[in-house]
Design a protein around this ligand. Structure first.
Ligand SMILES: CSC[C@H]1O[C@H](OP(=O)(O)O)[C@H](O)[C@@H]1O
Length: 384
């Protein structure tokens, strides 16, 4: 069964039952190479090494990696188990996949839902593998639909609030087709703005040190989509906002949104929210409801992934000679900071709800009640 999940020219995840391929994002933008993911072990490794990344994509690759395994290498073994043992095997594999990265809630939301599907199938003595694979495939399709809804709703929201003749926005990290099953969240809003009556004049995007999701991945997506855009250093954003009043909004993704709207996202997001507030610009979080953690009252409890100090002490690039000569693409880490210096390298930070203008989901655009500093996303979703 082949599912078309591309809502843009780029497709980070390719699923054609029983085969899963992902775009190796460690090699982008200089090489576009798909790699086979045949098992939950392959899926775990691809997520942990960030060959695939982005909150929604992490969940979908995890789910489909186990589907590929159940239809492939583990098919024979699982077929000889009774329903209860097969269900237990699937749950054990899902618990393993849950250890791949800690911050994006989408992974844990997907695992919770998939376990419920399998337990239900086991209770009814149904085909647990078939039920699992169908549920994982449904997540792939749902994410594309969610992102297109986020794009449409977010674009409408920004256009309604835009003043002046020009509309420009800024985004951080990568939240596009490379971070999801297609179209994207924050970058999905930008795609929708660009595609609708060409109402978007320009996009600025930050390099997003130290992993450079912006300079490598968002740059690649915007070039492929031919969206007029300019790359800026993370440290240049405040000066840019001060110099260009037509930048009306900063739009970012999310890895985990708490009930009150506090949002964990790529490191650097918090200071973007501060500068947006100072310069009187909207700060918009784009996130599917699979990124909202309703069990979390605020952002205080969000686990922030710490990555190696090396990412800060060096600058990751590519052996440009081998790139230019068409040779094997090699990533090259050039040491910048002196040996012996310490570094602090959290992969995410938490932006307080007070600094967020709106949370755009596939189910609606949520804003804070007049005079309040926090959202009530539980109530907002319940009121739909
Ligand atoms: C829609 S992707 C959400 C989120 O994921 C990215 O993190 P990473 O590249 O480390 O997986 C970034 O925080 C995006 O905003």
């Amino acid at each position: 069964m082949s599912l078309s999940n591309s809502a843009s020219k780029l497709q980070a995840i390719r699923w054609a039952r029983p085969r899963l391929d992902i775009l190796d994002q460690l090699l982008l933008p200089h090489a576009s190479t798909y790699i086979d993911i045949c098992s939950s072990a392959d899926g775990h490794r691809a997520i942990a090494t960030m060959q695939t990344r982005g909150a929604p994509a992490i969940a979908i690759v995890a789910a489909l990696s186990l589907a590929a395994e159940l239809l492939g290498s583990s098919r024979e073994k699982v077929s000889q188990l009774n329903t209860e043992a097969a269900s237990a095997f699937i749950e054990e594999r899902l618990d393993f996949l849950a250890t791949s990265r800690p911050t994006a809630v989408n992974l844990f939301d997907a695992i919770r839902k998939l376990k419920a599907v399998v337990r239900n199938a086991a209770t009814n003595n149904d085909d647990v593998v078939g039920a699992y694979v169908s549920a994982a495939e449904a997540m792939l399709a749902a994410d594309v639909a969610d992102n297109q809804a986020i794009g449409r709703l977010g674009a409408e929201f920004i256009r309604q609030r835009a003043t002046g003749n020009e509309l420009k926005v800024l985004t951080h990290c990568n939240t596009g087709a490379l971070a999801t099953a297609g179209h994207g969240t924050a970058l999905g809003i930008i795609r929708s703005l660009h595609n609708s009556e060409k109402s978007l004049d320009h996009v600025y995007f930050s390099e997003t040190r130290p992993y450079n999701q912006g300079a490598r991945l968002t740059a690649y997506e915007l070039l492929v989509e031919e969206i007029p855009a300019t790359l800026v250093c993370d440290s240049a954003v405040s000066a840019l906002l001060r110099s260009d009043p037509s930048i009306r909004a900063i739009v970012v993704g999310a890895d985990r949104v708490a009930r009150n709207g506090d949002t964990a996202n790529k490191i650097g997001t918090y200071q973007l929210a501060i500068t947006a507030k100072f310069h009187g610009r909207d700060f918009i979080v784009a996130a599917p409801t699979t990124s909202i953690d309703l069990d979390l009252a605020s952002g205080a409890g969000i686990v922030i992934e710490e990555r190696s100090q090396d990412e800060v002490l060096t600058t990751e690039g590519y052996d440009i000679e081998s790139v230019l000569s068409g040779g094997e693409l090699k990533r090259a880490a050039v040491r910048v900071a002196p040996v012996g210096v310490n570094a602090w390298n959290p992969s995410f930070d938490v932006t307080p709800a007070d600094l967020i203008t709106a949370v755009v989901t596939e189910k609606g655009v949520f804003v804070k009640a007049e005079g309040t500093k926090e959202f009530d996303l539980l109530q907002s979703l319940a009121n739909l």
